[in-house]
Design a protein around this ligand. Structure first.
Ligand SMILES: NC(=O)c1ccc[n+]([C@@H]2O[C@H](COP(=O)([O-])OP(=O)(O)OC[C@H]3O[C@@H](n4cnc5c(N)ncnc54)[C@H](O)[C@@H]3O)[C@@H](O)[C@H]2O)c1
Length: 402
């Protein structure tokens, strides 16, 4: 197969993107350093959980429009969709983007389109442009280089890939237009052209905005706890104002996007990003505060009843009704509570996963029945219908009982 498009990185974003493009009859070569992923895809199977994706991949592979490999070959369009985590000190790690780019540099030719989709710190696309031209100076000015971030919701990716608006920023106007023309073949949402730096910042700002808004709700929950006010009632009433829309507090903020991307701004612009940085601190502090609250509740119970309590920790995922534990505040709280434990019994509950390598999981009904203290960390649907007897001490950090 002679590919028209090469995608580098076949994870949660790269695989659905490749499959979508291939489903339009475009030859796509998907590249991943993980041989197992490559083998699986070439059998028409998938390695991630995403509704409808398996059928689309299976069809595209059997029709011959989609193939996977561990090495790229020459094409007209290159999409970089590799991870961009942060290092120990919250400094963004763009080494995967660099490695993926170095892999395609020898293949580039005049007129090719190179697009980064990975969430990236501001200036990454220009950095890659410099890297490319430093190694291939004869191509300077003859490539089209752009940034186009992804904003899909896991679980609804195949729909949102097509329907969502996209922000597309080239290193020059021609690059922007070339990239827009490329996405226009597969995306029904509006395609908004800008420059690369604005597109990079746009992605980071979208998630920072969510983080700041959640931090406001979490801060209110701390104030309300001290002021003896029910925060859920308060927010509900404040939101009756026609121009107020406060989000719901929780036990922190997690996941691989909202809890990560703001650091990409804070790390590069620490003096200017006070609110964004403080929001990260407030949301992290909320998890620590929850762990302290649980500790206090256990001590109070022991003083009152003269025995150690049994505690149920309800939920480990980073948000309701998913099995994803990445950067999960509930998982952090469970870890803290167990670290501080003095041989008391704990029931760890996560109805969306069967087993965990560190935690022994308990069925949620059994945990509720046996526990003296019930702590709601994640508002999973199953928990909303539970009947909790009067004699239990309940800590509700996610508004399940509101
Ligand atoms: N998952 C999401 O919901 C989501 C949403 C928006 C943006 N993003 C961003 O998209 C990017 C990709 O995220 P993801 O969730 O798809 O990551 P992922 O970890 O699911 O997949 C990345 C894949 O890239 C492969 N890889 C790493 N280095 C490589 C290299 N040099 N060459 C080839 N393959 C390589 C890995 O083996 C992995 O399979 C990240 O920057 C992420 O922040 C993700």
């Amino acid at each position: 197969m002679k590919p028209e498009v090469v995608t580098i990185g076949l994870g949660y974003i790269g695989l659905p993107t490749s499959a979508l493009i291939a489903s339009h009859g475009t030859n796509v070569l998907g590249v991943d350093i993980n041989q197992k992923i490559v083998d699986k895809i070439n059998q028409g199977k998938i390695h991630i959980v995403e509704p409808d994706l398996d059928q689309i991949v299976s069809k595209a592979v059997s029709n011959g429009f989609f193939k996977a490999s561990t090495a790229p070959i020459s094409a007209g369009v290159y999409l970089i969709v590799v991870p961009t985590p942060f290092k120990g000190n919250h400094e963004p790690d763009i080494s995967f983007v660099e490695a993926a780019t170095k892999g395609v540099i020898p293949l580039l030719k005049k007129g090719d389109l190179y697009i980064i989709e990975s969430t990236s710190p501001i200036g990454t696309t220009e950095k890659m442009q410099k890297l490319i031209y430093s190694l291939r100076p004869e191509l300077e000015g003859h490539l089209h280089i752009a940034y186009c971030p992804e904003r899909v919701l896991p679980g609804n990716v195949m729909h949102e890939l097509v329907e969502n608006d996209r922000v597309i920023g080239g290193v020059d106007e021609v690059s922007t237009q070339k990239a827009i023309a490329f996405y226009a073949k597969y995306v029904k949402g509006e395609l908004h052209g800008t420059n690369a730096r604005t597109a990079e910042m746009c992605k980071l700002v979208e998630n920072s905005s969510r983080d700041v808004q959640i931090a406001f709700a979490n801060e209110l929950s701390l104030i309300c706890d001290k002021a003896d006010i029910n925060v859920w009632e308060l927010i509900n009433l404040a939101n009756k104002h026609p121009r107020v829309n406060i989000l719901q507090p929780g036990c922190g903020v997690g996941g691989h996007c909202i809890a990560v991307d703001p650091y990409f701004i804070v790390n590069d612009y620490p003096m200017e990003s006070k609110i964004i940085g403080t929001a990260r601190e407030v949301n992290n502090y909320k998890s620590f505060w929850c762990a302290e609250k649980i500790q206090n509740e256990k001590l109070q119970f022991e003083l009152k009843h003269g025995r150690k309590p049994k505690t149920a920790l309800m939920g480990l995922a980073f948000k309701p009704n998913i099995d994803d534990l990445r950067e999960s505040p509930a998982k952090y709280i469970a870890q803290k509570v167990l670290q501080n434990s003095n041989n008391e019994e704990h029931f760890i509950v996560e109805p969306n996963i069967d087993s965990h390598s560190v935690y022994k999981l308990t069925d949620y009904k059994e945990a509720i029945n046996k526990a003296d203290i019930v702590v709601f960390l994640v508002a999973h649907s199953e928990f909303k219908t539970l009947k909790i007897s009067q004699n239990k001490n309940v800590l509700d950090f996610c508004g399940i009982l509101k």
